[in-house]
Design a protein around this ligand. Structure first.
Ligand code: SF4
Ligand code: SF4
Length: 276
């Protein structure tokens, strides 16, 4: 079963949850939060393989180019802009779609490539597998890294630590998920960002449930929203000094606080019920 873990914004406890979930289930974890991956900090693995991921970007032969402008009109990312006497290329903005070459009437466009990031293959300290991607600084799109992470993930049971929010990266990270766990926290921003992700999951028709992190007496707005929209609360992670301390020490909660394992096991049981 492919289970995606996501959140409306960064800092809600998505990785705290997914690393504990991986610890309890011993499933393969793929960290697709490529702009800020940090699962490996908690899983403390050893890297066994590093894979470079490349993007292609256009190169224009000005001897063939007539400055017709068709490539610029086509590119919705403004990565290729015909100017007065040359064509300017912004390689970091190019999404490698190949469209500019298709529309060029004089066959003036060929390709160059550059590394946009890497994928790391690791074995965690509790002996399960981790794959995580890292986008190079300055790159605009890491979709290719996320797609490659998915194709390298060979296992029946996979936990996907998704990028926060509802970006293009999140949509690609969610592809093929059987179920999504949306981690949120009881704060006004937490609820408002959560609603956007709920909308995304409904649009993508992925079944999902909510986990409330840092749960305290202020959960009522989230509970109301879930009740009105028939969304299941899968579980709650308490707001406690011990949890905060474990997190700040880079420890997996389910390992540092064994009593908490029951919470993750119950959540897994509820998720599996959706799969049956
Ligand atoms: S489409 Fe081809 S010919 Fe036209 S401006 Fe672009 S590179 Fe030049
Ligand atoms: S390959 Fe696609 S994204 Fe890149 S410059 Fe050409 S049209 Fe734009």
């Amino acid at each position: 079963m492919k289970i995606a873990v996501l959140s409306g914004k960064g800092g809600t406890g998505k990785t705290t949850f997914s690393s504990s979930f991986a610890f309890v289930t011993k499933s393969l974890l793929i960290d697709t939060d490529i702009e800020e991956p940090n699962s490996h900090i908690f899983l403390k693995g050893k890297t066994s393989q590093e894979v470079s991921i490349f993007n292609h970007f256009p190169k224009v032969d000005m001897k063939k180019c007539t400055l017709c402008g068709k490539c610029g009109d086509f590119c919705r990312f403004n990565a290729i802009i015909p100017a007065k006497n040359r064509v300017v290329i912004f390689g970091e903005s190019c999404h490698d779609c190949g469209g500019c070459q298709l529309v060029c009437p004089t066959n003036a466009i060929s390709w160059e490539k550059r590394e946009i990031g890497k994928i790391f293959v690791e074995k965690s300290y509790f002996n399960s597998d981790l794959l995580y991607g890292k986008l190079n600084i300055g790159e605009m799109s890491g979709v290719k890294i996320i797609k490659e992470l998915h194709s390298m993930a060979k296992s029946e049971d996979i936990i996907i630590d998704c990028p926060p929010g509802t970006s293009c990266n999140t949509v690609n990270a969610l592809e093929g998920s059987d179920f999504a766990i949306l981690v949120t926290e009881p704060s006004p921003f937490g609820l408002s960002d959560m609603k956007l992700v709920v909308q995304l999951l409904q649009d993508m028709e992925i079944p999902f449930g909510i986990v409330i992190n840092k749960a305290d007496n202020e959960n009522s707005e989230i509970l109301d929203f879930c009740y009105k929209n028939s969304i299941e609360i899968l579980g709650e992670l308490p707001f406690s000094r011990e949890v905060t301390k474990s997190y700040s020490e880079g420890k997996i909660i389910a390992d540092a606080l064994p009593d908490s394992q029951e919470i993750f096991k119950n959540i897994l049981k509820k998720v599996k019920e959706y799969g049956n």
